[in-house]
Design a protein around this ligand. Structure first.
Ligand code: G4P
Length: 188
């Protein structure tokens, strides 16, 4: 997506070789016009799929996911990064974050993810693919089907996207960054 790549070049910052800081428009402050363009770009690539629900993970996945939900007129459910004790019927899984070097628990209510669902998983970043692995497991537990996964930015050099594609998942990334070396952002 050309407009997104331009914005990454203008406002993104390559930090310490493998982190791309985009908090002026994606991870902290949000640009709703860009977000709507992102949603339309995802929707264009999803037209022929029998999707009935959008699944994302808190926090930064929610903005693009809810915009896509508006464009496709579909419900959006976000996976929680904790295990809410007050909620029943939860599907749960542990996820290791390589970037943050910690394990966290993700959960979703079985009420909102069932064997009738055909979902697209949306997230802001695809790095090593650990969050995506957590979603794959939650979908397996629920009996739902993953039709596609969409990421605003994929860090191609961390391998998560290529591994998922090799396993047959349809991975849609609107910008694939292949290098952040020497503080320079290079796209695939
Ligand atoms: P993975 O799921 O692809 O394996 O990624 P990893 O565990 O390594 O990433 C954990 C968190 O770090 C995720 O956000 C992910 O979006 C974010 N992240 C990974 N690489 C980058 C990067 O280069 N730049 C930025 N800005 N974020 C990155 P999170 O902790 O779940 O945060 P949030 O969704 O609550 O914001």
């Amino acid at each position: 997506m050309e407009k997104l790549k331009q914005r990454i070049l203008e406002d993104g910052k390559a930090l310490s070789g493998d982190i791309l800081k985009v908090d002026s428009f994606l991870n902290h402050q949000l640009d709703p016009n860009l977000m709507m363009d992102i949603a339309r770009a995802f929707a264009k690539q999803l037209v022929n799929k029998p999707i009935n629900k959008i699944v994302t993970i808190e926090a930064s996945g929610i903005a693009p996911a809810v915009m896509l939900g508006y464009v496709m007129q579909l419900p959006v459910v976000f996976v929680k990064k904790k295990f809410p004790k007050t909620m029943e019927n939860m599907l749960v899984r542990e996820v290791y974050s390589f970037t943050k070097d910690r394990v966290y628990t993700v959960s979703i209510s079985h009420d909102f993810l069932t064997e009738d669902d055909h979902i697209v998983f949306i997230d802001d970043f695809l790095a090593y693919g650990n969050a995506a692995r957590g979603i794959i497991d939650l979908c397996a537990q629920s009996g739902s089907t993953i039709e596609a996964m969409g990421f605003v930015i994929e860090k191609g050099f961390q391998g998560g996207g290529d591994a998922l594609r090799a396993e047959g998942y349809e991975v849609i990334s609107l910008a694939i960054v292949d290098s952040l070396e020497n503080n320079e952002i290079k796209f695939r």
